[in-house]
Design a protein around this ligand. Structure first.
Ligand code: DP6
Length: 322
C-alpha cells in the first residue's frame, strides 16, 4: 500500500491572508495562483498495519510539530476513505523549507496525492483539493497546473483550473534572498493580522475586485493588467502584515531593492512584475524572451543568494520514483 507523488509550489498573484471563522481552513478571500515547474516536493506514503502511529521524515529529519500536522492531514484522509491504518511518510524538497517558497502548498498536495494513491482511494480531484486545503489552504491550488483559482463562495471550496500553462507560458525567476526559515509562519501570522491590523477589513473588502480583475487578465492573457493587479495585491497584503501587532516584516534589504529594479524595468518596457509571500524571497514573473534581461537586472543586488528560473508547471500527480 504505497503511493509516490510529486507536486510543485504555487505562487499566488492575488493573495489570500486570513481565514474564515468556523474552522475548515477556508480563506477569507479568493486567490489566484500560478503553479511552478522547477521546484518540487516528492512524497512517499506507505500504509501498514505494522505502524503504531504515523511516522514522518521530511528532508531526512523528524520533527514532532511537522509530524503532528502531517498526521492531522492523514486523519482527514482516513476519515474520507474509512481506512484506519497508520503510515510511514517520507518527503523531500529540492528547495528550502519554510522560507516563503510555498513548501506547505507543494508538501500537502503531494501528501494527499500519494496517500490517496496508496489507499487506491476513490476521491476525485476536487475532493483531493479540498483535503489539501484543510491542511494548508494554498495547497488546494497546487493540485492543478498553470493558472489556478481558489474562490471562496462555496462553503467547502476546491481549487479550479483557469488556464493551462501551455496556453500562456510565462516564466518566473525566484530570487532567493535568505534560506532561513521565517520567524512567524503563515498560519500564525494571518491569525495575528485578522485580530490586530487596522487594514484587515479593507483587505478582505477589496480582495474580490482584485480576484475578478486578475481572472479577466489571465483569460485575456493581458500581461500589463495582470502585473498591475498582482503587485497591488502583494503590496496590500504586506500592508496588512506591516500593520499587524507585533509587525510582520518579512522583507530584507534585497527584497526592497528587487522591487525597485523590477518597477524600473517595467517602466522601460520590459514585461516583468514582482510578487512576495510570507518571506523575503521575490518572485519575478516575465515572458520567456525577457528572462535574461530580468536576471541581469537583479543578480548583482547584494543579498541575492540565488536566482532559480522556472516555467509554469503541472498539478500534483503520481510518479514512479521517489
Ligand atoms: C502569503 O496556505 O501557507 O502565501 O493554510 O495556514 O497553511 P495555511 O497558510 P498558507 O498561506 C499562504 C499565504 C500566502 C499567500 C497565498 O499563497 O495566497
Amino acid at each position: 500500500m504505497e503511493g509516490i507523488a510529486q507536486a510543485q509550489p504555487n505562487i499566488a498573484l492575488v493573495k489570500y491572508w486570513g481565514k474564515q471563522r468556523g474552522g475548515n481552513n477556508v480563506p477569507s478571500t479568493p486567490s489566484l495562483s500560478i503553479t511552478l515547474d522547477a521546484l518540487w516536493t516528492r512524497t512517499r506514503v506507505e500504509f501498514s498495519g505494522a505502524h503504531a502511529r504515523d511516522l514522518v521524515v521530511i528532508n531526512d529529519k523528524s520533527d514532532e510539530a511537522q509530524r503532528q500536522r502531517v498526521a492531522r492531514c492523514l486523519d482527514n484522509i482516513r476519515q474520507s476513505t474509512g481506512r484506519d491504518l497508520y503510515a510511514m511518510v517520507e518527503s523531500k524538497n529540492n528547495f528550502p523549507t519554510g522560507a516563503g517558497l510555498a513548501s506547505s502548498a507543494s508538501g500537502f498536495s503531494a501528501l494527499v496525492t500519494a496517500a490517496c494513491a496508496a489507499l487506491d482511494a476513490d476521491l476525485d480531484r476536487d475532493q483531493r483539493s479540498r483535503l489539501a486545503r484543510m491542511s494548508s489552504a494554498s495547497a488546494a491550488r497546487s493540485m492543478l497546473g498553470g493558472f489556478v483559482a481558489l474562490d471562496v463562495t462555496e462553503t467547502d471550496p476546491a481549487a479550479r483550473a483557469l488556464l493551462d500553462q501551455r496556453d500562456w507560458p510565462l516564466e518566473v525567476l525566484v530570487a532567493v534572498t535568505s534560506t532561513n526559515a521565517k520567524s512567524v509562519g503563515s498560519t500564525q501570522g494571518m491569525l495575528q493580522s485578522a485580530a490586530t491590523s487596522a487594514f484587515y477589513a479593507a483587505w478582505t473588502d477589496s480582495a474580490g475586485d482584485d480576484f475578478t480583475a486578475a481572472r479577466r487578465a489571465v483569460l485575456r492573457r493581458d500581461f500589463q493588467s495582470l502585473a498591475d493587479v498582482s503587485e497591488a495585491s502583494c503590496l496590500k497584503m504586506h500592508g496588512v502584515m506591516l500593520t499587524t501587532k507585533p509587525a510582520l516584516v518579512y522583507w530584507n534589504g534585497a527584497t526592497v531593492e528587487i522591487i525597485h529594479r523590477v518597477r524600473a524595468l517595467r517602466s522601460q518596457g520590459t514585461p516583468a512584475f514582482f510578487t512576495i509571500d510570507a518571506g523575503p524571497q521575490v518572485k519575478v514573473v516575465t515572458e520567456a524572451a525577457f528572462v535574461d534581461n530580468v536576471r541581469q537586472a537583479i543578480e548583482d543586488i547584494p543579498g541575492v543568494v540565488d536566482i532559480v528560473p522556472s516555467a509554469l508547471g503541472a498539478g500534483a500527480r503520481v510518479v514512479d520514483e521517489f
